[in-house]
Design a protein around this ligand. Structure first.
Ligand code: DON
Length: 316
């Protein structure tokens, strides 16, 4: 596995995290919070959290690192991990592995590409992945499985779903319903559409803190294993491949810009969170609710840029 610290300098990580949190707290150019549901529209845009975990288990936090927020599309990394564990490479018959270059909720490509979404991180792809996990089970069981996985990874039993967010996602999720129905017509979605969407809306509504997300991402940074216990979550090869998808598709039509600026695999959500991994070195979670024009956290991206530069972290 490539060593993400190739150019590592001697910077003090704890100090760098503290400095970035202080700088971000003072900035006023915070972007716009998501407004499609009231629960996201009323989040305080002044929030900023950062958490970095390293191989030896050291955890550095800054700002609001222990305040829960809506993880939204970050959940798609973990549902992809579960789906690959369940069906393996057969998943790629239903979902592609190419960046879309279109907004996360776009429907245009589906019509030209037989209902097969471009990748697992756009909404259509994530709905298809959720459908693969559901596989005839009751939505409640599948959701329980997703939540147990998150709690296990983060080693934190308090992680839960924000039911208000889930209800609002359902009440406003007309585009997602269109995507799911279109894929059902092509046989890509196989379960009742309302079951698949119900699970999708709920996993987007999981609330977690930066600390919990950074902990939950450790297996991606450390060759598929929890470096503390040595327990394997996925194979090293699978972790590498999930990281490759995060790099190429994790920020939708902003993925190229994120790779250019940050140089690390990462996944964003419209709640303003981003996870990122430095292979063999660190897992990172950042949160700032204000978004840029493609729906990625504005200050979160800037904070990751600063962190990567200060520490000499890049996969390139
Ligand atoms: O389905 C949706 O549109 C939202 N629940 C999640 C979208 C999202 O997080 C896109 N991320 N930047």
């Amino acid at each position: 596995m490539p060593d993400g610290s190739k150019q590592a300098g001697t910077a003090d990580l704890g100090q760098v995290v503290a400095d970035i949190a202080a700088e971000m707290a003072a900035r006023t150019d915070r972007g716009e919070v998501a407004t499609y549901i009231p629960q996201l529209a009323r989040v305080d845009p002044a929030r900023f959290g950062l958490c970095v975990t390293t191989r030896d288990g050291t955890v550095h936090t800054g700002g609001d690192a222990d305040v829960p927020f809506s993880i939204q599309s970050i959940s798609k990394v973990f549902t992809l991990t579960i789906a690959l564990g369940l069906v393996g490479d057969a998943l790629w018959r239903k979902v592609g592995r190419e960046p879309s270059g279109d907004p996360f909720n776009s429907i245009v490509q589906l019509e030209h590409e037989h209902g097969k979404p471009r990748n697992p991180f756009i909404n259509a792809g994530a709905i298809a992945v959720t459908d693969a996990i559901l596989a005839g089970h009751q939505p409640r069981e599948t959701l329980g499985e997703i939540l147990r996985f998150m709690r296990h990874l983060a080693d934190d039993e308090t992680i839960s779903i924000d039911e208000d967010v889930a209800r609002s996602e359902k009440a406003t999720g007309f585009r997602n319903a269109a995507l799911a129905n279109f894929m059902r017509a092509h046989g890509v979605v196989e379960n009742p559409v309302e079951h698949t969407l119900g699970v999708y809306f709920h996993h987007c509504a999981i609330a977690m803190t930066c600390r919990q997300l950074a902990m939950a991402s450790r297996f991606l940074a450390f060759g598929g294993r929890d470096p503390a216990s040595g327990h394997s979550i996925v194979s090293a090869e699978r972790a590498r491949r999930i990281n490759a998808l995060m790099l190429t598709c994790g920020h939708y039509d902003g993925s190229g810009d994120f790779a250019f600026r940050v140089g690390l695999p990462g996944k964003s959500g419209v709640g303003g969170g981003i996870i990122a991994v430095v292979p063999n070195v660190a897992s990172i979670a950042v949160w700032s609710p204000g978004l840029d024009k493609v729906g990625n956290s504005r200050l979160g991206t800037i904070a990751l840029e600063r962190l990567a530069r200060a520490m000499g972290w890049s996969i390139f």
